[in-house]
Design a protein around this ligand. Structure first.
Ligand code: ZN
Length: 543
């Protein structure tokens, strides 16, 4: 329904006055402001917000230029993020001066972020939205955003699952006085000498938000209650800086920091406080008994790519052996993720001193495998649909698993659902979901195949025990640590209709005499009104 135009057409005079009045209330950056035009309010004055000077083109049509930031290495622009409010059901057309052209993301009130549809963004630069009322914003962004506070909240939420495995420290302070925060994830109960140390940071460039989604995916897996998560936590020490350029992110920049520096290409002569802070920490970690042996520098690129890519460093700037070391990690990720095939391999001569990779190479040579990864904002290679933040989370989970492969930590008997299916069903049988599919139960023992797989029982021979059992104040169930793509949930319900997963905090895993079975003990959930509990297994696409 399109609401008829029945107000509007204020005079230009009024409009100009209004704009001047608003310009006085600009927050700390010129791209962050609140502008009211007739009854529609545009607001970018918040964490990660950014828009140019809005202009009214007609009663229901507005021009929204991008904010162009200036920096030592020139101007940049593509990031935008703003919200708008106005009368319920009023339809407005926005001409987004949107030069890079992926289809924008939208969030309506408190709904999740999603790509706009082709009806909402017919030619990518023109978007049509229907307003939700004065207090219910519609928010638009270049890509599914993660501001400073949103990133912190997500990291905190993820690391709550295993608080003893995570430490947090501020490495330094930016020009705007924000901390550059480092998180370190490792299982403190396993011996240090056998571990490998990893360094990962994202968002040296403020608008490159796919990199932070990817980093959150790495944390997902590190914090996951799965055999893979357990292996990674017990064998690795992973240091992550989710936002290397928090000033740029909070200010809604596309690339540079608060004063227009590039924290990425500082390493010949570092002036950026953020780059200084991470250099000091890297130097300290390199003098530890277990020093950094792998570093990932996560970015996004705005080109139209069919796949994400790494900048592999080539001879003669590095050694032939180092090329192979890099390729081993690239191949490990390609094996793990359906979202990465290394279709666009990018090679480069490593600059003599400009990048953190240069610093690692000059100081420690082949001892540190350091690579830059670039996401993009366009289409994913699995089905050519528009790529999302969740796709990058998935890619990040695979990046974490690929670390296990790179260091050869993956159990030799690890297998996937497809491997298991092929073991128990022949090619013809695998064509029938009713026999070999995850929900089929060919032996009629009330255990669907996916549960038989996850608990290492036989799908064609009735088994007796497999359900979680209540023992005292705990629940206990068996699972297979070799089922690499299975994730387990215990869910509770009061009505068998809505189910809620309980947090994996306090879950304990113990080996049994059978290497393919472990026992998991879970504190009995304390929530009130629990009448039913169930065990659920899910197959991850990103193993
Ligand atoms: Zn970048």
């Amino acid at each position: 329904m399109i609401r008829p135009v029945h107000r509007k057409t204020r005079l230009w005079n009024g409009l100009l006055l209004l704009t001047i009045a608003v310009s006085a209330s600009i927050t700390h950056a010129e791209n962050q402001k609140r502008v009211a035009l007739d009854e529609v309010t545009f607001d970018s004055a918040y964490d990660n917000g950014s828009m140019g000077q809005v202009a009214q083109r007609s009663a229901d049509r507005f021009l929204i230029p991008l904010y162009e930031e200036q920096g030592e290495l020139g101007p940049r622009r593509y990031w935008f993020r703003f919200r708008l409010f106005g009368p319920l059901d009023q339809t407005v057309t926005l001409d987004l001066e949107h030069i890079e052209n992926p289809r924008p993301f939208i969030r309506e009130d408190s709904a999740p972020w999603r790509r706009m549809t082709s009806d909402e963004a017919p030619d990518l630069e023109t978007v049509v939205v229907r307003l939700l009322g004065e207090n219910r914003p519609i928010e638009l962004a270049f890509f599914e955003p993660l501001g400073v506070d949103e990133t912190a909240a997500t990291v905190n939420q993820l690391t709550e699952a295993f608080p003893t495995m995570v430490t947090q420290e501020p490495l330094g302070e930016t020009d705007d006085g924000q901390p550059v925060t480092l998180f370190t994830i490792t299982d403190p109960t396993t011996p240090l000498e056998s571990k490998r140390r990893i360094w990962i940071h994202s968002r040296a460039h403020a608008g490159e938000v796919t990199s932070t989604h990817t980093l959150l995916g790495i944390l997902d897996r590190l914090m996951e209650d799965s055999p893979q998560g357990h292996t990674l936590r017990s064998q690795l020490i992973v240091h992550v800086v989710p936002l290397l350029n928090p000033d740029g992110v909070r200010r809604g920049h596309t690339r540079w920091d608060a004063v227009g520096r590039d924290p990425e290409s500082q390493w010949c002569a570092i002036a950026s406080p953020a780059a200084q802070a991470i250099k000091a920490k890297v130097d300290a970690l390199m003098s530890e008994d277990v020093s950094i042996s792998l570093a990932l520098n996560l970015h996004s690129t705005k080109g139209t790519y069919a796949d994400t890519f790494f900048f592999k460093h080539l001879t003669p700037s590095v050694s032939p052996a180092f090329e192979l070391i890099q390729q081993r990690y690239i191949d490990a990720l390609a094996n793990r993720s359906p979202l990465f095939e290394n279709r666009n391999p990018e090679g480069s001569q490593l600059h003599a001193c400009r990048f953190i990779e240069s610093y690692f190479w000059n100081s420690w040579g082949e001892d540190v495998m350091a690579l830059t990864h670039e996401g993009h904002f366009h289409r994913r290679l699995t089905d050519n649909a528009w790529i999302t933040g969740e796709d990058y989370r998935s890619l990040g989970r695979s990046m974490a698993s690929a670390l296990a492969d790179f260091y050869d930590l993956t159990p030799a008997n690890e297998h996937s659902w497809e491997d298991w299916q092929a073991e128990h069903f022949d090619a013809l049988e695998r064509r029938f979901q009713s026999l070999s599919g995850p929900l089929a139960d060919p032996d009629g023992d009330n255990l669907a195949n996916i549960l038989e797989y996850g608990q290492a029982t036989h799908p064609r021979r009735p088994d007796s025990t497999a359900t979680p059992m209540k023992i005292g104040d705990s629940l206990s169930f068996a699972r297979s640590p070799t089922a690499a793509d299975a994730t387990w949930y215990i869910e509770h319900s009061s009505d068998l209709v809505s189910w809620q997963a309980i947090s994996p905090t306090g879950w304990e895993t113990l080996p049994t005499e059978h290497p393919e079975i472990e026992t998991v003990t879970v504190p009995y959930p304390q929530e009130p009104g629990i009448n039913f509990l169930r065990l659920r297994v899910e197959l991850n696409k990103d193993r």
